[in-house]
Design a protein around this ligand. Structure first.
Ligand code: HPA
Ligand code: ZN
Length: 341
């Protein structure tokens, strides 16, 4: 397919984004603006020099910069501006539903209140619902390099805002921080009514995916790239329809795979896994939803049916009501039916 034709097709697909860290959507331009108004000095003297530092050999090298960038976020307005900028951007890419992660501990550990963080993020999400017609869910993610006790404190802080938060996740440094470390806090989170997801099998082994399913009882796996090495796991994912929220540009940038041509998403679709495509940390990895779809489709030579399946899978994997999912899925089908051959 011609690149411009493929881009046009992808642009027009109504899309759902289910794996997005709001702190990872922090574009350098906005980071400099917020740093200036908060009187915070950044390590880099220009946007160009900051962008040049975005060159990672692994997850940890990225996380080190990601946490530094987040330090300029202090006031509710900062969290609002961050979230609003992301929502405007994805609106321009025909994203109609988002399920957004935020990392409260990245901020509360610096003395920023949980209320400040969530008010800023939530108000932007509400505004996008009203003005951009984007529906949303909000997922609070525990940092796995910290202790389970710390996660429990975060759970406690979240309770006054429970009606705004749909689920909890698990992110940050995967190796050496297995899901089993968080069994109790996940169980407690479920008891408070939160849905459960976890990053697993991004850099970590298949075992971590099993643990996320069996011990944490998650309903969705974030990444899960490593599952194909384990036939029993593939069967489990397929039989239970467990979605994998994949992030192809992230995988290339963090050297989870060597090149996009090695991405497992097409094989996963072939095996009947509910695989979906998202952007993870778009400001750091060079692309939002359309760019993730495009680079993947180009490298793997995906056809229209595969693109349609990916878009449908994302709505299936979402936490929208059955009725709303069906509405979006029929819009995706209609869109592909109206495309010229
Ligand atoms: O890709 C990721 N993996 C783990 N933790 C993260 N926190 C932000 N992005 C990521
Ligand atoms: Zn992620």
């Amino acid at each position: 397919m011609e690149p411009s034709h493929l881009k046009n097709i992808i642009h027009g697909i109504p899309k759902a984004e289910l794996h997005l860290h709001i702190e990872g959507s922090f574009e350098p331009e906005l980071m400099f603006e917020i740093a200036r108004r908060n009187n915070i000095a950044l390590d880099h003297d220009s946007i160009t020099s900051l962008r040049k530092a975005y060159n990672f050999n692994n997850l940890q090298e990225f996380l080190d910069l990601y946490y530094i960038g987040a330090q300029v976020l202090i006031h509710e307005r900062d969290f609002f501006d961050l979230t609003w900028a992301y929502l405007r951007k994805v609106h321009s890419q025909n994203v109609v539903h988002v399920e957004v992660f935020f990392d409260p501990q990245t901020h509360t550990d610096r003395g920023v209140g949980f209320d400040v963080v969530i008010n800023g993020i939530y108000k932007a999400l509400e505004k996008a619902k009203q003005e951009l017609n984007i529906s949303f869910k909000l997922i609070m993610s525990y940092l796995r390099h910290l202790s389970e006790e710390e996660a429990f404190k975060t759970l406690q802080s979240s309770l006054p805002y429970k009606h705004w938060i749909d689920g909890v996740g698990l992110d940050s440094s995967e190796m050496g921080n297995p899901p089993s470390k968080f069994v109790n806090v996940f169980e407690a989170s479920a008891n408070h009514g939160y849905k459960l997801v976890a990053h697993a099998g991004e850099e970590g082994p298949e075992d971590y995916i099993w643990e996320a399913l069996d011990l944490l009882k998650v309903v969705r796996i974030d990444h899960g790239n490593r599952c194909l090495g384990d036939d029993a796991l593939v069967q489990r994912l397929r039989e239970e329809n467990i979605p994998l929220t994949l992030c192809p540009l992230s995988n290339v940038e963090l050297k989870v795979i060597q090149k996009m041509e090695d991405h497992p998403v097409a094989k996963m679709l072939d095996k009947g896994i509910l695989a979906t495509i998202h952007s993870d940390d778009p400001a750091y990895f060079g692309g939002y939803m359309n760019e993730n779809y495009y680079e993947t489709a180009k490298a793997l030579n995906l056809n229209k049916n595969q693109l349609m399946q990916l878009a449908i899978n994302a709505f299936k994997a979402s936490w929208l009501s059955h009725e709303t999912k069906e509405k979006h899925i029929s819009q995706v089908r209609h869109y592909f039916n109206t495309l010229n051959p």
